[in-house]
Design a protein around this ligand. Structure first.
Ligand SMILES: [Zn+2]
Length: 206
């Protein structure tokens, strides 16, 4: 082989390894079909309980922290009945999808500013708001860790941050039940979500 052939070969090798790495985190067609079927369902359509086992979740495939390196500046609840968890890094930082799923809203939405809602196959929904820019559109299918928006202060926000909500059945609950925000990971527990009236009761087994 000539030097040019060697260089071409090396380039092809590096390209194929890049492609393999990128594909590792993207589900194959069959997985997408399962995901699409599950994400379209109401988790309480046929029963009043469902489970999510985070012990079996792999980072980068099944989940990702929505704002890597972020610090919680305002938790859920409190006196102002905050419906989400405010996480801060810097302006225009990359926000990532927490789980694989279907984008059901990507638009300005009242005080939320530029908002995104993703419906996940595990029965949860996540909401991301105040983005300076949304990088996905309604109808998109996203994988865990896919960049979906940039942090901003659109809507009712006094600083650039991510307002992050975890929801079941359209109702938000404290994302700290599922995420260990200090360590940017999931609690490795088996969670049980039980329908109670219009709300949901969350219990877990270690
Ligand atoms: Zn907030």
């Amino acid at each position: 082989m000539t030097l040019r052939h060697h260089l071409l070969f090396a380039l092809l090798l590096s390209l194929s390894s890049l492609t393999a790495t990128a594909q590792d985190s993207i589900p194959d067609i069959d997985q997408w079909q399962i995901l699409k079927g599950e994400a379209a369902k109401d988790p309480f359509a046929h029963k009043n309980q469902f489970t999510i086992n985070f012990k079996q979740y792999t980072e980068g495939k099944d989940w990702a922290y929505p704002l890597p390196g972020g610090k919680v500046i305002s938790p859920y609840g409190g006196k102002r009945h905050h419906g989400g968890t405010d996480i801060k890094t810097c302006p225009n930082d990359t926000i990532r999808a927490a789980f694989p799923g279907h984008v059901t809203l990507s638009a300005p939405h009242y005080g939320y500013g530029n908002a995104i809602i993703i419906r996940h196959a595990n029965g949860l929904e996540t909401l991301y708001s105040h983005q300076s820019k949304n990088l996905c559109k309604k109808g998109d299918w996203v994988w865990a860790g896919q960049p979906i928006g940039l942090t901003g202060r659109t809507g009712r926000a006094t600083t650039e941050h991510l307002h992050f909500e975890t929801r079941v059945n359209g109702k938000s609950f404290d994302s700290a039940r599922l995420f260990d925000h200090a360590n940017h990971c999931l609690w490795p527990y088996l969670f049980v979500f039980t329908k109670q009236g219009s709300g949901v009761k969350i219990t877990y087994e270690k």
